[in-house]
Design a protein around this ligand. Structure first.
Ligand SMILES: C[S@@+](CC[C@H](N)C(=O)[O-])C[C@H]1O[C@@H](n2cnc3c(N)ncnc32)[C@H](O)[C@@H]1O
Length: 216
């Protein structure tokens, strides 16, 4: 098959960010603090280009309420909250990481629109009142649970709403013969989404791969 996607070099990545709304000083500071305090874990954060895309997707779909599974220090939550008109429910298990997120939500003027639940995300989702509905969901937590998150979230998304899932190319390991638990989980997740008649979907090769699925 012909390769239609350009190989993104570091220079090209900088160019993409510069031409995608540029860098945001608050998000840059958050990224720098995360890297300084948490080292390699900072690699879990989405990139500036993906953040800009997610804000745009939330806006163009007119999303009101959203849910995020996997918040870390808050980068993606700020991008999502800036794109929606209602509330964002954030699910995470780390008090330490999300305490950073809370500070930046306050500085971004978003703290009154974000609810953080510190508990395993499946427990949080399963405890939501019957009839809870969202316009957008973003999944970016433990990979083995992606399929379970999907099954909880799809029924809660309003028709025309979006489900986004991060890391769905898993640094290319989905096709390189890797056979560890996380790679198998991402492959199973991608197969599950591909055969799910409730959505229309595409894997966007941005960051580590972003699945964008629209609820039919
Ligand atoms: C990849 S990071 C999220 C990065 C974040 N979306 C961002 O762009 O900055 C994954 C997060 O999932 C959280 N997590 C892991 N297992 C979880 C679980 N069972 N329930 C809720 N959160 C979980 C971790 O604490 C971590 O903060």
């Amino acid at each position: 098959m012909s390769l239609r996607t350009v190989r993104v070099t570091p220079e090209l990545q900088d160019y993409i960010v510069a031409h995608s709304g540029g860098t945001d000083p608050l998000l840059e500071e958050l990224a720098a603090e995360t890297a300084g305090r948490f080292g390699d874990s900072a690699g879990m954060q989405i990139g500036a280009d993906q953040g800009a895309l997610m804000t745009l997707l939330a806006r163009v779909t007119g999303a009101r309420d959203a849910v995020e599974v996997g918040t870390f220090t808050g980068y993606s939550s700020i991008c999502l909250a800036r794109g929606i008109s209602g509330r964002l429910l954030c699910c995470d298990v780390s008090e330490e990481w999300t305490s950073v997120a809370r500070r930046y939500w306050a500085r971004a003027g978003l703290d009154d629109r974000i609810d953080l639940r510190l508990a395993p995300a499946l427990d949080t989702l399963r405890a939501l009142p019957p009839g809870t509905a969202f316009d957008l969901a973003f999944v970016d937590a433990d990979k083995p649970s992606y399929g379970a998150y999907w099954e909880e979230l799809v029924p809660m998304i309003r028709p025309g709403g979006l489900l986004l899932a991060d890391n769905t190319l898993w640094e290319g390991r989905v096709v390189d013969g890797s056979d560890d638990e996380e790679t198998r989980a991402i492959r199973d997740f991608n197969d599950r989404v591909a055969r799910d008649g409730r959505v229309q979907q595409v894997i966007v090769p941005i960051g580590d791969g972003l699945t964008v699925a629209r609820k039919l």
